[in-house]
Design a protein around this ligand. Structure first.
Ligand SMILES: Cc1ncc(COP(=O)(O)O)c(C=O)c1O
Length: 343
């Protein structure tokens, strides 16, 4: 296949390809419940490197590439207080000699002490991000614009990366990831497969869908909504992004049914813990020795397990859980997991 990605500015940030490993122990635990369990794999995008890894690193290869091509000296991005995207963008900026500025929103009604002091927020600070928290009651878009204007007026060259790095440039990272995953499965003779992952700002799923359109064959893509109460609008936005990304890659247009997005695992809202999330995080930690996170991969795994237990997947299908990272979030939600071993 000709390199459809070659014409986009890109820098190397990620350790690629990330491992693709079989989860035999988790499968055995589920099989012991009397369920017909498909083969289970995990794609370790928590191992992309860059200050704790995660899915944003693949997107940032293209986003920072574009920023450098435009002569930027400052990267401005935004997200929740515990944004993994903010932490990885900060690290990517530092690693490429750019100034990181984070505009964070105190938007999750979670009152744990560590949520405001530890996890990604602590790491942002260690990495040297300039952190601005949007004051309660002010308009986030307006506030971000003011920060960008302020940098430009002081002689800086700001480059804005949207929430989650989810525009067409960032989504290129997951279009490329789709090719990586498909090629690895095919090399093992696996043709009937499905990638399951947590979906939020949509760049991961949009990119995977674009990658599927580009490659023309490969695994199905199955997102689990961990972000928005308005499920239908989220689905429509992912399709739009997937189509726009496919278009700049010169791929065929993803069809109207290209987005499979599962609902029912968000709980009370974005960033708010659920019992099923805690069960999923502990089950995978204790069966596979792999750490998920409370906001994205824990809820996505809760959905993955529920769908397997409900018999929603064919036992002939190989399932690939895409681990999109987020482990520092465990420390931010310590109240959900705190051990009672030491009083
Ligand atoms: C750990 C983790 N998993 C999944 C996602 C969702 O990816 P996307 O925003 O591309 O839908 C994010 C995004 O913030 C994340 O940090």
């Amino acid at each position: 296949m000709p390199d459809a990605f070659g014409r986009f500015p890109r820098i190397t940030l990620a350790h690629l390809p990330t491992p693709l490993s079989e989860m035999k122990r988790l499968r055995a635990v589920l099989a012991a419940e009397g369920i017909a369990v498909p083969r289970l794999f995990i794609k370790r995008d928590d191992c992309t490197g860059l200050a704790g890894g995660g899915n944003k690193t693949r997107k940032l290869e293209f986003l920072i590439g574009e920023a450098l091509a435009q002569g930027a000296d400052t990267i401005v991005t935004t997200g929740a207080l515990q944004s993994n995207h903010g932490r990885q963008t900060t690290a990517a900026a530092v690693a490429t000699g750019l100034q990181p500025v984070l505009v964070l929103l105190d938007m999750v009604p979670y009152n744990g002490h560590a949520y405001r002091h530890s996890g990604n927020l602590l790491l942002d600070d260690v990495l040297g991000a300039e952190i601005r928290v949007v004051p309660q009651g002010s308009n986030p878009a307006r506030f971000i614009k003011d920060v960008i204007d302020e940098i430009a007026e002081a002689g800086g060259k700001p480059f804005f990366v949207p929430t989650g790095g989810s525009n067409v440039t960032g989504s290129l990272g997951y279009a490329a990831a789709y090719i990586e995953i498909s090629d690895a499965l095919e090399a093992q003779g696996i043709t009937n497969a499905r990638i399951v992952h947590g979906s939020s700002s949509g760049g991961t799923q949009g990119g995977l869908i674009a990658g599927s359109a580009l490659r023309g064959s490969g695994p199905a893509v199955h997102g689990i909504n961990v972000y928005r109460a308005d499920h239908a609008a989220m689905k429509a936005d992912i399709l739009k992004l997937g189509r726009a990304t496919a278009e700049i890659l010169g791929a065929s247009k993803p069809g109207d049914d290209a987005v499979t997005l599962e609902e029912g695992f968000l709980g009370a809202g974005y960033g708010l813990p659920t019992d099923a999330m805690v069960e999923a995080v502990e089950l995978v930690a204790r069966s596979e020795g792999i750490l998920l996170d409370p906001v994205y991969t824990g809820k996505a795994m809760a959905g993955f397990l529920a769908l397997i237990r409900a018999g929603s997947f064919s036992p002939d299908e190989t399932l690939v859980f895409l681990h999109t990272g987020g482990m520092p979030g465990l420390f931010a939600y310590e109240e959900e997991f705190t051990s009672s071993v030491i009083a």
